[in-house]
Design a binder for this molecule. Sequence first.
Ligand SMILES: [Zn+2]
Length: 119
Amino acid sequence: MRRPGKEAVWSIRLKPEIDELLEREARKRGVSKNDLVKSIILDWAYRNGYNKVLHFNFRNATITLWDFLLNQTVDLTYTGDRRLFCEHCRAHSCGHIYYAVTSIPEVARKVKRGEIRVD
Ligand SMILES: [Zn+2]
């Protein structure tokens, strides 16, 4: 049974090419490789219906999501080039942005009107 607050720790074997790819992306985002892999797993969870957002706030330049799996809030901010930036994943493309543009009607409308650009 899952003990709340206790994180699972395990190691994974990767080909050096994949490890380098993760290393490069983590450096680009300014996050640890560990956090990058967690972000990638969350992205997968969102796209496959394993994660959900319990509530969100809409402020001027920020959308705040409650991430059910992370058990914390995640801020998405508008950038000058009309894209969303996820402060948690340090990326313009992640599960949180995917969720926002596909499941929050107000955000989906902004995408349709071209006020928000998606990659
Ligand atoms: Zn994110």
